[in-house]
Design a protein around this ligand. Sequence first.
Ligand SMILES: [Zn+2]
Length: 268
Amino acid sequence: MDHIKLCDKIYLVGRGDWGHLPRLTSKYDCNIYLIDGGSELALIDNGEALNFLKLRKNIISTGLSVKKIKKLLITHNHFDHVANTWILKKIFKAAVFAGKGSYFTLKPDRFVKTGDRINVGNVQLRVFNTPGHTPDGLCFLTEINGKKVLFTGDTALGDQPRSGKGLVGWYNALWGSDLKKYIKSVRFIKNMDADIILPGHGAPHLTKKRCRVSMRNCLKRIVRFGRYKELESMIPLAFDREGVEKCFNLSPDTQLKFNIRLVKKRGK
Ligand SMILES: [Zn+2]
């Protein structure tokens, strides 16, 4: 599989193994979306850096020219979303747009925030700060043929048939997760009542009904934070490749114990 056309002007061109769906690029890749604005193209997130050739092949398979990629939009600075940024920026001479506040290094060409607009050819995207999973979390909203299309990054992944209901991104104080802000951001996303929601991992939500049910479940999950082991259980090493390997090889119980020990040690 090379790509999936999700609606007019938007393609899924990269995806890793999360969610037990067919892989499109490298194992740990986030969902990588391609926006076709006619005169120019943009990618929303770009994956974990081992996937350049396959990603390029997938973009070409849509019939669009990779040379038109001029913008790289970042939902948040986690390696599975951004590690390709500098390779792509160099090759395509593209400008990078991201939110402020990440715990990791990423110097975009432009920091963007709520109220900003980014034009990709004839597609206009509105930017919203949605911190919680990470401090720099952004959502991008656009309108395609009268439908509200929202890119949510890891802030709200929604119902995922083979992984669970109302899934949200990993919560980890060491990379700046913040529960109060998280709840506010998920509520904001839910109230936006989008027609199509394109999350950072897993299956996209392509009907209004699915968006509504999914976002309701995300809010339910995040306000009940503490009752779901897997939400709090990701060990703080989870932001590098080796850490992710380790995470996946530990049982949720072991991960939870590890996290509690670490948080206690930091006096939080
Ligand atoms: Zn993330």
